[in-house]
Design a protein around this ligand. Structure first.
Ligand SMILES: [Zn+2]
Length: 179
């Protein structure tokens, strides 16, 4: 028997400049329709009042996994979040405050490992901030109601906007449309 070649390939997942900092934020096993946020008096899907809540207060009312991304700007590990490849029809909300952020029809299949959208529900759904961390020039995306960190915005998205909102699943809630 003669074996000619045995080649082992180690495949590294595509690095698409989404984020550099990585932290394990394994989402809790909540259902997609879980809208209960016990202990978080700021969560509302109807009240659009802009919130001015201190990080110390958020730390008291948010699960630590959400707090670390929303307030400490951590990033969940690629391909680990609950929504990176989700295809359900419905609406995505901020998991910290309930602000409506994205419709599922603006979500597209991205290879970066994080849920990606080409537009927000409303222009004021989010805010933007220049982010110079990690020697990169990026645009940070924050919730327009609570100011929580959601992810980053890139210019390599699909038509019609050409934008890619690269989000962390852990700071999103999803509510399927009622049939
Ligand atoms: Zn929010």
């Amino acid at each position: 028997m003669r074996q000619t070649k045995i080649i082992f390939f180690i495949l590294f997942l595509p690095i698409l400049s989404c984020n550099k900092k990585v932290v394990n934020t394994v989402p809790s096993p909540t259902t997609l329709t879980d809208t209960s946020h016990p202990g978080n008096p700021y969560y509302s899907r109807t009240d659009t009042t802009v919130l001015h809540v201190s990080d110390a207060e958020w730390k008291k009312v948010l699960p630590d996994s959400i707090y670390q991304v929303a307030r400490n700007k951590e990033t969940e590990e690629a391909f680990t979040g609950k929504f990176w490849n989700a295809t359900g029809i419905g609406t995505y909300y901020c998991a910290a405050c309930g602000n409506a952020l994205f419709r599922s029809d603006s979500k597209f299949a991205s290879t970066c490992g994080w849920p990606s959208f080409f537009e927000t529900i409303r222009p004021i759904s989010v805010e933007y901030k220049d982010d110079h961390s990690y020697n990169m020039e990026r645009t940070e995306v924050l919730c327009g109601r609570c100011g929580g960190h959601l992810g980053h915005l890139f210019d390599d998205g699909p038509p019609p906007t050409g934008k890619r909102y690269c989000m962390n699943s852990i700071v999103l809630d999803f509510e399927p449309d009622k049939k």
